[in-house]
Design a protein. Sequence first.
Lengths: 427, 290
Amino acid sequence: MSSHSTTYVPKSAAAKWLESRLPIIGLVHSSFVAFPVPRNLTYFWTFGAILMVMLVVQIVTGIVLAMHYTPHADHAFTSVEHIMRNVEYGWLLRYLHANGASFFFIAVYIHIFRGLFYGSYKAPREVLWILGVIILLLMMATAFMGYVLPWGQMSFWGATVITNLFSVIPLVGDTIVSFLWGGYSVGNPTLNRFFSLHYLLPFMIFGVAMLHVWALHVPGNNNPTGVPIKSGKDALPFHPYMTVKDTFSIVCFFIVLAWFVFYMPNYLGHADNYVPADPAATPAHIVPEWYFLPFYAILRAVPDALLGVVLMFAAIAVLAFLPWLDTSKVRSGAYRPVFKVIFWAFVVTCLVLGWLGSRPAEGIYVVLTQIFTFLYFAYFLIALPLLGLLEKPLPLPNSISEAVLGKKQASGSGMPVGAAAEPQSKG
Amino acid sequence: MKKTLIIAGALAASLALSSGAAQAAGGGVTPPRQDWSFAGPFGTYDRAQLQRGFQVFTAVCASCHGLEKISFRNLAEAGGPEYSQAQVDAFAAEFLVDGGYDEFGDPVQRPATPADFWPSPFANYQQAAAANGGKAPPDLSVMAKARTFERGFPWWITDVFTQYNENGVDYMAAFLKGYVDPPEDFDPALGNWNLYYPGHIVAMPNVLFEGVVEYPRDAQGRPVVPETVEQYAKDVTAFLMWTAEPHLEARKAMGFQVLVFLIVFAGLLYFTKKRIWARVGGETEGHATG
């Protein structure tokens, strides 16, 4: 991005003037117009664009909601109802924002699992991957704090449970918790700082997402074969091929989102959050939003609170070490017969953990949670390191075009040879 | 592409749906499924039902429960009971509300106007609790969205496709007629026994009895709908669904327009994409042949 080698040639005098002072049009051109992408990307590669759009949707709806929302323990619940009733299309903004958060996570989880299957975390994309893990963490913090803002029962008690996690840290735990709360329990100062941070973090996500795109544009996209672009035949320019495909995918994603926003806007939430926060009454079950359930299950897997917290954070942190835990030289799971099976077992493990997170921590559920927590970590710490050494991968195609078009090198011109061989020669 | 979409869809659905299971709440008897005019993609409120429900609310519920998110003016707005402006003016005028201070600084009261919120039956939480055996009756404005029951597998999955999200109202209607004979060994000192309330023991007593509210009459002088507990429960629940979700009709109507637009747009984009990709020999998914 910084010193890009662009093929953009400004035509108008104004564009020439600007380009010689700030080459921003060339930057956009090289990143989103001429950028060479492997010609074999599936729809799983459209979730990056979906996520970009969702981030913008969340920021835009969120900014307007903030114009009508009152971050005060005595008024927050009422101000949300005010948005729902009296603000023009306030119900639409709020339901878009609330369901948008869920769909943001649906998209990011598909995006992550796609990366896991096709080995998108492997060299030379380690930094790209780690930036993604940072985005995931920021998203989780943002979503958690956003759920506190309506100041319903689940907001209040969710905030209480999650902030209390930090109290298990030896020596400084209680100090940290008081600092998070701004007092000695979850209260108005907590709501105020959560609102402030909930407004701040999306812009940090935006910043890291820009770095994520930058880090993508150095090595270029991975693809289903995992074989890098070798010639012009392997690649297509981003525009119009990916722009039209991404747009189609985004609109399809919006159809599903609209189904929830307009017809079942509270399905993904909790009824308890329509009860105003009451510090004197604990809800029967305190359950986080669905996208936290697997991690919530891991948190409760062990009886020791400190170990539970460590495991929960480790469950996310382990992702950052993935590039070095996976020892296989083959990037794409498509050519790894044993890995394929283990990968899908891992997907099932995550889903089961999500289900267990929604169950009360008692009886058989505790045992199951422990088993599946073990399986979760086993994927990263046992299966991936060993598989690379033991598994015999299938033969890789010589190039993307060979995999796609067959050995006879069928028609289809692709990009001019040379233009695509190296997506970006200088970082 | 088909395979990708199926896998993506399945993954998305299963991830999203984990939350259905998360909505587990309490242990009670599953409420019977009711027919609601506002269910489904084209659902609308039944004006006459909302007006009857409002009647039940004012006659039965309002002496203990507040409805603080509702203004009198809402009763005349489109998509609700749609009373006439004159009727709403008359409802409002029956109430006295705080009118600020007079020129001597003494507090004064004035008749309510349509812009005022529904006055609460008690001055404050403590008074409400004291008058009701220590437990203040909750405000009913969003109650229809604040209650639910566990649907269980596989219903929490099928609900997404059938758009069943009337959990709250099914529970409320069942609750209101759930004051059946308690088990023999039940100690009445504990409270009231309700079949559908999680845990069965509830502070609120039975309030609905046959004929307790007089419904509008037809030409022969007979009530237009039966004056039964069943009907009262259903009507007041429908009214409380409206208070919880006053823009439901607008939301569902817009949803249909949005979906039609998005589906047509997606179709056009699909063919545009096909055409563009035809230049390079069509879309060729890069799945490994092995």
